[in-house]
Design a binder for this molecule. Structure first.
Ligand code: DX5
Ligand code: ZN
Length: 220
């Protein structure tokens, strides 16, 4: 079993001190920096957009994992690549032509991710799994940080892992929402590769050591 990649979500950072918080992530054992983009349409909240993404990029020394919770994401893929995204995830539920969106992301030189809402069955990815670098399994309904982890996620991780193995794909499984040190080992055991954590990291007393703790957790 591999150690998970840890992707702290800056949605829970202090936006008035974003440079300080990004520098903390640079010094920490975080592998990626998770950036949540919300448009107030696909999800009932607005986070921040391209200028903030560019500002984070100016200080970030780790890959930026951009999670687009927006309608018709194709319109903005190139702009987010230019703003520094290395991984670009679009929502399954927001893409009429998912296969085309995935090819487009790859043509931009980014890793292609697909995020799936809690109600979306992972078997729907059967015909595209070979084209997906990362599936972001939402373990809360997207739109807000600090929500409670949905327990049905474990089952979805196992189903998705099986789908990946059955298709000989090398897709990474990322878990996003309500991740903490209690559910993280269980998620790893179920087959997760990347753990996103917002509140659990940034609201802790010592975010850097919280990241180190997540990194060193062993699967149960
Ligand atoms: C939710 C976002 C998450 C969020 C996670 O819509 O996609 O990335 O920031 O935050 P926590 O870890 O607080 O649930
Ligand atoms: Zn996210």
């Amino acid at each position: 079993m591999n150690t998970p990649l840890i992707a702290p979500s800056v949605l829970a950072a202090d936006f008035a001190n974003i440079r300080r918080d990004v520098e903390m992530l640079n010094e920490s054992q975080a592998d990626w920096i998770h950036i949540d983009i919300m448009d107030g349409m696909f999800v009932p909240n607005i986070s921040f957009g391209l200028p903030v993404c560019e500002a984070i990029k100016r200080h970030a020394k780790k890959p930026m994992d951009v999670h687009l919770m927006i309608e018709q994401p194709d319109r903005y893929l190139e702009a987010f690549r230019d703003a520094g995204a290395e991984v670009l995830s679009v929502h399954y539920e927001a893409c009429t032509h998912l296969h085309r969106s995935l090819q487009y992301i790859k043509s931009l030189g980014c890793k292609a991710g697909v995020a799936v809402n809690p109600h979306t069955n992972v078997q729907l990815l059967e015909d595209t799994i070979g084209d997906i670098d990362l599936v972001c399994l939402m373990s809360v309904n997207p739109g807000f940080g600090g929500q409670k982890f949905i327990e049905n996620t474990y089952k979805k991780v196992r189903q998705l892992k099986q789908l990946i193995v059955d298709n000989g794909a090398s897709t990474l499984i990322e878990i996003d929402g309500g991740v903490n040190s209690t559910n993280a080992p269980l998620l790893m055991e179920a087959g997760a590769d990347v753990l996103v954590a917002g509140s659990f990291v940034f609201k802790s007393e010592d975010p850097k050591s919280t990241i180190a703790d997540l990194k060193s957790l062993q699967p149960v």
